[in-house]
Design a binder for this molecule. Structure first.
Ligand SMILES: C=CC1=C(C)c2cc3[nH]c(cc4nc(cc5[nH]c(cc1n2)c(C)c5CCC(=O)O)C(CCC(=O)O)=C4C)c(C)c3C=C
Ligand SMILES: [Fe+2]
Ligand SMILES: [Fe+2]
Length: 363
């Protein structure tokens, strides 16, 4: 944990917790999908072609997506999850003597940036800290959210010194939370299936390869997270890392482009052929939503059963794990002491070829 400087005068701090957003009911599914596919960070085509494609894909995809959201009661739990993180972070920082309010800011469904800008302006903070809830930076997520926020803030005339934490893939609290949640599942597997070989699948949301080729650091940062978490898991289990079977993979492919791999579904099938059980770890998500509760818990579980994978266990996302919330608190403390865009100090700098990282482009 970073120690507060004595007499650090920070005033009122508004913390912005950026995430993707999710539909709050069946009627919101198609417009939410439209907003996502209309984002030039997701589909980089000029207007009006991007508008037409977004309309087409969102209309075609909505009925299937609605079935998935129906399994979670009709809408996404992402906003309630993020609100609970916001309240936990406020309590953590109040305990460190700061006056803080934290707001979720969603990219593709409410609360949108302009709505939050109005609330932040009314609260009149002395400083804003922009903290994307994406530990690994991508142009398709953190950069898109930050751009959206700055556009809305400019439009509303919100001028407050702002510090941005662009990426935090190996933040110690994040690593600790993931590792302890994995170790819990490891012990569960030992109890349920003694002697069964187990593989840990660290599954991140995928990306089209062409986004990575343009200099997006996401995949590199995902690999940094996985290595750091697995080091900690090995230490917690008291075993050398090379005696643990683990694999990074990528889920949630959408559309016809080639995506980064290996894909999570191919890895589930391989585990079946290799005769091992699996612990699935949602390594790029910090809260529960359709990609964890449906894709990992329903779709890949079904595939695991078909492929003869047993046991099939899933580690929860960090959500409000105390180590994770302390880690977010540390990130805010770091950012409160400076201005501009910077990655978490605990992490290595992105190699030069990842020119899209906010800390390099200073966007
Ligand atoms: C690490 C985080 C994420 C990256 C990177 C990302 C890229 C990305 N996503 C799509 C398309 C879809 N994503 C959808 C849901 C969704 N995606 C993320 C995170 C990342 N996306 C989250 C947290 C969620 C869940 C939202 C919720 O409902 O709570 C969806 C909608 C669901 C579905 O229809 O499958 C789509 C579509 C693309 C194309 C992309 C990169 C280019
Ligand atoms: Fe996504
Ligand atoms: Fe970076």
């Amino acid at each position: 944990m970073i120690k507060e400087r004595d007499n650090m005068e920070t005033g009122r701090i508004a913390v912005l917790l950026f995430n993707l957003g999710g539909p709050d009911g069946p009627d919101a599914v198609q417009p939410f999908l439209f907003n996502l596919f209309f984002d030039p960070a997701i589909i980089s085509l000029p207007l009006p072609l991007r508008w037409a494609i977004a309309k087409l894909i969102s209309t075609r995809r909505a009925p299937f997506a609605r079935e998935n959201y129906a399994l979670m009661g009709g809408g996404s739990p992402l906003l309630p999850e993020t609100l609970s993180q916001a309240r936990a972070l406020e309590a953590e920082l109040e305990g460190r003597g700061l006056t803080v309010r934290a707001w979720p800011v969603m990219r593709y469904w409410h609360p949108f940036a302009p709505e939050v800008v109005a609330e932040v302006k009314a609260w009149a903070p002395d400083r804003i800290i922009a903290l994307p809830l994406y530990p690994q930076f991508s142009t398709s997520t953190s950069a898109s959210s930050l751009k959206d926020w700055h556009r809305a803030a400019r439009k509303a005339g919100l001028r407050v010194p702002t510090s941005t934490v662009c990426c935090w893939p190996v933040e110690p609290g994040l690593v600790e939370a993931h590792a302890s949640l994995i170790v819990e599942r490891w012990h569960q597997a030992e109890a349920e299936a003694p002697g069964r070989p187990m593989r840990i699948l660290l599954s991140a949301h995928g990306l089209p390869k062409k986004i990575i080729e343009r200099g997006d650091p996401y995949q590199w940062q995902v690999e940094q997270s996985c290595a750091a978490v697995m080091d900690r898991v090995a230490a917690m289990l008291g075993r050398p890392l090379d005696t643990i079977d683990w694999q990074v993979c990528y889920q949630s492919r959408v559309g016809p482009l080639e995506w980064i791999g290996p894909s999570t579904d191919a890895e589930v099938e391989r585990a079946g052929r290799d005769g091992c059980g699996l612990i699935l770890v949602p390594i790029a998500f910090v809260s529960e939503h359709v990609e964890t509760l449906v894709e990992l818990d329903v779709e890949y579980r079904h595939l695991a059963e078909k492929s003869g994978v047993a046991p099939y266990l899933r580690a929860p996302t960090p959500t409000t794990h105390p180590a994770f919330i302390r880690g977010l608190g540390d990130l805010v403390m770091q950012a409160a002491g400076r201005e501009g865009v910077a990655p978490d100090r605990a992490g290595p700098s992105c190699p030069a070829k990842f020119g899209c990282c906010a800390c390099r482009a200073n966007t």
